[in-house]
Design a protein around this ligand. Sequence first.
Ligand code: NAP
Length: 267
Amino acid sequence: MTTLVENFPGFPEGIQGPELIENMRKQASRFGAEYRMGHLVKADLGMRPFELTIGKDVIQTHTLIIASGASARWLGLPNEQALIGHGVSSCATCDGFFFSGKEIVVIGGGDSAMEEATFLTRFATKVTLIHRREQFRASKIMLDRARANPKVAFLTDTVVDDVLDVSKKEVTALRLRNLKTGESWDFPASAMFLGIGHIPNAKMFAGQLETDADGYLVTQKNVFTKVPGVFACGDVQDRRYRQAITASGSGCMAALEVEKYLEQEGH
Ligand code: NAP
């Protein structure tokens, strides 16, 4: 869902996220990888071979690499869920276009928020980035780019207490509060985009694989889970680096370990 990826080695001018993925897919296909799309409904890692229910199909497998990534985090505001699709969004690339000529708000202080804010200026007349602190977690290059954009304004030390207006089925304003002064006010906006980080997609393995307090899969020696034959890589197990290149690297480690495991097990 990302736009321009500037930090993947080998692309001096950067590359669009979807294009990078399509390239990887084609490259793996050339070596015989087969693709099937579907939702994992159930995973039984207690039996051998493991059993995975994908939609209505059951797949048996001797090894499994979990690379399910992480999903956008929401603020948990009273009216937030009701307004998703009506001005509340976690995906600027998906929904930005709908707010052409409007004033919108981005929440967060990391690279995602900077990326979203900069991207959304293609459509919006003004983007206000709201962050709960004065310091930004974002990398200097992303922060500088957002700061240099005349359409991006910054509001720091500010939190969102709610988003309005459910009765109109659209976003009309955000109820904001300054954490230093305690002042509260309604800030008019047509959309609120979240860029406040992610939650690892590991719920479907609950009770079968170890997770940390925030739900990330716990791995040893980079990619090993406690269940022999089950490996995890990328954002579902990495709370520290979370980059396309580090995720790709750990995916490679997992693939090499699968090969070794299958060889040892005599498959
Ligand atoms: P992040 O670095 O974890 O930043 C999340 C931001 O949201 C932080 O500023 C955090 O505030 C804020 N936040 C979290 N929960 C909040 C809440 N409940 N209310 C208000 N604010 C909240 O996440 P990210 O920006 O998604 O980045 C994740 C990783 O992906 C990073 O390593 C980043 O470099 C990478 N990334 C790279 C690119 C790129 O290079 N093109 C683009 C996007 C992401 P605090 O700072 O106060 O905690």
